[in-house]
Design a protein around this ligand. Structure first.
Ligand code: UDP
Length: 378
């Protein structure tokens, strides 16, 4: 009998980390993956669906301007629940820590459908950083019966919370699978990442720094400090900063006010995944508050300065590829300057080992989901 596995996601990072899992499930006999997207991020999700060659079976198109977390959560629950009632899946798979993932797990629990959690066990141990993701991820962890922990550290966090060790599997992070897929795609068709050619010409001879910033907990003062720090770094003649700006208006407004007219700063639209991966290959270092970028940049040997107070991905910091610099203006500027001017420090970070996976995580996850079929987990 074939297993129906409903894979649910809604944002760009979830799509990046789940399209390889959908491919891997598709490749197995005895499994039919069914994809439901909530489109919690609309446009930047669609870019990934196209690149990852995913055609959703259900598209809930949930995004509304200025929606509150309450309204988003409520609408997700009724809409995802209705899909589950129609599909009657044998298993649900969600990824990470978004509202979509948390509600997907909850709706499955209400129907006693087992849940597999991709990227399980990441913890910052601060429920307001990242907010509300830390709690979303913990809630999924209490429901799931298959915990796909990317690293030993994340597996340990689950075991410490008394999760049944038989349900915890160290798989690596599927983001590395996605990175390999896209790198191969660009190698075959370089024009897929050709949209950066103009910027490369404009900044020829400069040392490129990549920037992303969009965390909810940095809205307000944190983002303002980040913007001021970027402006200070951009005063150097030898650097250029390329900053794909997240569509969230809270981010755009602050960045526009500080950075719009600076010669050495290019604030650009969010890049599709191949262009972003190409940008990662061009930069000397990344300044970011993103989760996924903390995992991808080390895989490409690029040091990462993490503009957050805490990280649920301590592996990068422990391995020496990433450094937590928070959102303090002076700390961001000082650490960036050090990486630019201290070659030994730069080489130390660039050469550190990537702790996040070998690119085969999705296959492991698909096989584990298939093996679990029919077994009652809890
Ligand atoms: N990313 C992208 N285009 C961009 C910026 C980021 O494709 O313009 C990708 C990036 O490679 C990473 C993911 O989006 O895989 C990270 O998403 P985001 O920073 O939005 O979320 P987080 O990882 O913090 O949850």
């Amino acid at each position: 009998m074939t297993q129906k596995i409903l894979v649910i996601f809604g944002t760009r990072p979830e799509a990046i980390k789940l399209f390889p899992v959908v491919h891997a499930l598709d490749a197995l006999d005895g499994v039919t993956p069914i994809v439901c997207v909530t489109a919690q991020h609309r446009e930047i999700l669609d870019q990934v669906l196209e690149i990852g060659k995913i055609v959703p079976d259900y598209d809930l198109d949930i995004m509304q301007p200025d929606q509150t977390l309450d309204a988003l959560t409520a609408r997700l629950l009724t809409k995802i629940g209705a899909v589950m009632d129609e599909v009657q899946p044998d298993r649900v798979i969600v990824q990470g820590d978004t509202a979509t993932a948390m509600v997907g797990a909850l709706a499955a629990y209400y129907r006693k459908i087992p849940v597999g959690h991709v990227e399980a066990g990441l913890r910052s141990y601060n429920i307001y950083h990242p907010w509300p993701e830390e709690v979303n991820r913990k809630m999924i962890g209490t429901i799931a019966d298959l915990h796909f922990a990317p690293t030993q550290t994340s597996a340990n966090a689950l075991l410490k919370e008394a999760v049944n060790p038989d349900h915890v599997h160290i798989t690596g992070n599927t983001v590395i699978d996605a990175l390999h897929w896209v790198t191969d795609l660009i190698a075959q068709k370089p024009e897929m990442a050709g949209g950066l050619d103009e910027l490369k010409a404009r900044f020829a001879g400069k040392r490129i720094i990549g920037v992303t910033s969009h965390r909810r907990e940095n809205f307000g003062g944190g983002l303002e400090n980040i913007a001021k720090a970027i402006a200070a770094i951009a005063k150097r003649d030898d650097v250029a900063l390329i900053f794909p700006v997240h569509p969230n208006p809270n981010v755009r407004k602050v960045m526009d006010a500080e950075l719009k007219d600076l010669d050495n700063v290019a604030m650009i639209e969010p890049l599709d995944y191949p262009h972003f991966v190409h940008l990662l290959s061009l930069v000397e270092l990344m300044l970011t508050d993103s989760g996924g970028v903390q995992e991808e940049a080390p895989a490409l040997g690029k040091p990462v300065l993490v503009m957050r107070e805490t990280t649920e991905r301590p592996e990068g910091v422990e391995a020496g590829t990433a450094k937590l610099v928070g959102t303090d203006y002076e700390t961001i500027v000082a650490n960036t300057t050090r990486l630019l001017d201290d070659k030994a420090e730069y080489d130390r970070m660039a050469r550190a080992h990537n702790p996040f996976g070998d690119g085969k995580s999705s296959k492991r996850i698909a096989q584990l989901a298939l093996n679990a079929a029919g077994k009652s987990a809890h």
